[in-house]
Design a protein around this ligand. Sequence first.
Ligand SMILES: [Zn+2]
Length: 383
Amino acid sequence: MRIEILIMDNDVVELTQKLVKTPSIKGNTVDVANIIFDYLEEFGLNPQIDNYKEGEANVYVSLGPSNTDQFIISGHIDTVPIGQIDDWTHEPYSGKIINGELWGRGSVDMKGGTASLACVMIELLKNESDLKQEIFLALTAEEETGLLGAKNYIDKKLIKNASNILIAEPTNLEPKTREKGIVWFDIHSNGRQAHASRPDLGVNAIEELARLIPKLHNVIPDWEDDLLGKTTLNTGTIMGGTAANVIPQYARARFDSRVTPGITNDEVISRYKKVVEEFDGEIEFDFDLIESASSILSKTTNFAELLMENTKKYVSREIEIGGAYYATDGAVFMEYLKDQPEFVIFGPGSTELLHQTDERMEVSQLELSKKIIYESLIKTACN
Ligand SMILES: [Zn+2]
């Protein structure tokens, strides 16, 4: 087996800047998809763009024999909104490099990782005849809003059997082989409205809901993952009532539960549902499941170990295999593939500035992530 010397004619930093300069929040990912499509095509690849709904597009390309298990490498092209523009030290869509950091929304989550993967595919083109399995680059829209781009890959039957999945979300170049799951749900009620001076005639929906919330916390499973800790529950929003002098008839809360590997989403959902069903209040509550993405615990960690070894060649700090608190598109792919592939999250950028103002990426990590992923793929997927 030979490892080709990287010829750096594609430029991961320049591509990341281009992507950051192009806003891509929900409903507006087509422009950024086109930039990646054009870039891949310019370097001789044969990418596909799937404008699967108005304003949203996935981009994908594959290399190597198509009759084999896939090695899926994946990233998302959408970002969360910028928040208050005045809170940013530098313009959020500038893509400017200041003191070795590339500034802007999406630089870390995760246009840097996505650009790295695109450049890895361009490098792999030179090794195409040596590839013994298909490398499938799956870039997704709508990751931040329900993993919908990833689900579209399943619907279109573009995901086949896979030996490996790599998601290039930011990990500060540390491989992560497990991630927490997500359960989003609503609980809402209908009380009885009355004048505030006559509580005997009404049932206060807000107060009943407030009484129910601690009961949900009481049923969170005790199981603790050694890296990711316990399952958590957050009451994210609460709505209800019309005026101070009216007993509210209606109240609704939305919850976000992060489920630790080792516990199934079905288990936590049934526990929360049971609390709602058995609530001993004067009114009834309804439970609506909004979103569910399973946790991941990779059965093996061979590719993660290879990434770790290759990373240690370039960085002097301690690198360990860990777990991610956030959920990725990997949840959709792994669920479809019945948890069979080996799973790893590995990408450039620190998670500390995730979804915050002043998001910025250490430029040196962009080159490194491209190099490390490329070298590790060559070792695994080439003859
Ligand atoms: Zn992300």
